[in-house]
Design a protein around this ligand. Structure first.
Ligand SMILES: CSC[C@H]1O[C@H](OP(=O)(O)O)[C@H](O)[C@@H]1O
Length: 367
């Protein structure tokens, strides 16, 4: 996507610096910091400490981390050790394991001398595939938004989204935001309610920044306002991302998604999940019992980051000294609360039958 007219991806290999570069998302929206990742510790830290975040982008970053390691030491031992280090950075987004498995499947059969070039090519291919998948999700989701606009006689389509499933959560386009970007480009009158998404505020810091950058009409709202807006008919559709969706259609996503799905169900608001196929975990059926939920530091709850009066980005404590905090980073929305899944192959019901119709190669897993 563009930043002040210049096209960007969220991660790329820069020939001039001979390094992988990322947008360090910890400083947005107040500062655009582009930093190189030069060694395995850089890549692992960038994922674990959320310099980059978002399921597809986490996978892409791990793929580049593997590629950089293969250029340093292409041995079997290092291939497997790198897989372990990067896999252990964050537990929930399945794209991390998907990308690492794709890299190892490409590299393991090769003689070590051929692995560095093959790894870079595969990492680049994973990034390019993500961009194309998300573009198609945008095209498929656009049809939903067109239908709503038509039903409203060309009136404004109001979308609520949670967290950041934007281009910053992927290599480009985003997942939940891709239909929105496509709709704006198609001339549909769009408005987005952006959940701030406590405690890391990916909505307030990142999605709002994306909407501003692309001149998409939007309002930032507190997480607790979504149900009220739905009760008053102000939300036409909810579109969220996912970090892992099971073979049965249970959707794991940022904490608070489940509550939005409950409010949508109670108010007959369509609740859709933008779902790139690498985010489907076909080995898991019961999301509530089988998906590991990342528990992050309580400090993310007791402190909040923002721009101080002097323009510097600072952390401030919002709770009393000595107050502890729980910080589950994700929750699971049962499939029965999901209206549909917007994938790169089309839109389907969040059911084994719906998913296997679009992904027949996984039909047995989806039974
Ligand atoms: C397109 S996946 C985005 C997904 O990832 C986010 O989690 P995090 O920011 O902790 O990596 C959130 O769950 C988004 O929906």
């Amino acid at each position: 996507m563009k930043i002040n007219g210049t096209p960007y991806r969220s991660i790329w290999r820069d020939a001039a610096s001979d390094a992988v570069q990322i947008i360090d998302q910890r400083w947005l929206p107040h500062e655009l910091r582009i930093v190189p990742l030069r060694n395995l510790n850089d890549f692992a830290t960038a994922i674990r400490d959320m310099w980059v975040r978002g399921a597809p982008l986490i996978g892409a970053t791990a793929a580049w981390g593997m590629a950089e390691e293969m250029a340093r030491d292409p041995s079997d031992t290092n291939l497997n050790a790198t897989w372990d280090v990067l896999h252990d950075t964050r537990p929930t987004a399945i794209n991390l394991r998907w990308a690492l498995d794709a890299m190892r499947a490409t590299l393991a059969p090769l003689p070590p001398a051929k692995r560095a070039d093959a790894a870079r090519a595969k990492a680049e291919a994973i990034c390019d595939e993500d961009v194309e998948i998300n573009r198609r999700i945008g095209e498929n989701g656009l049809a939903l938004l067109r239908d709503i606009a038509a039903r409203k006689g060309g009136g404004r389509v109001n979308v609520l989204t949670h967290c950041n499933a934007g281009w910053l959560a992927t290599v480009d386009w985003g997942t939940a935001t891709s239909p929105i970007y496509h709709a704006v480009e198609a001339g549909i009158d769009m408005h987005v309610f952006v959940d701030e998404t406590r405690p890391r505020n990916q909505g307030a810091l990142l999605t709002a920044w994306e909407m501003n950058s692309h001149r998409v009409s939007h309002d930032l709202i507190v997480d607790n306002a979504g149900g009220h807006l739905m009760q008053h008919g102000e939300v036409d559709i909810v579109i969220v991302g996912t970090d892992r969706t099971t073979a049965r259609g249970d959707v794991c996503n940022k904490i608070g998604t489940y509550l939005k799905a409950l409010a949508a169900k109670a108010n007959d608001v369509p609740f859709y999940v933008a779902l790139p196929s690498p985010t489907i975990d076909w080995t898991v059926r019961d999301g509530l019992r089988e998906i590991p939920i990342e528990e992050r530091s309580g400090r993310e709850v007791t402190h909040v980051q923002g721009r101080g009066p002097d323009g510097r980005v600072v952390d401030v404590q919002i709770s009393p000294d000595g107050t502890g905090a729980r910080n589950p980073a994700f929750d699971v929305t049962p499939a029965e609360l999901v209206t549909g899944l917007i994938t790169e192959r089309g839109i389907c019901a969040a059911t084994p039958k719906g998913m296997s119709a679009l992904f027949p190669e996984y039909a047995t897993a989806a039974q």
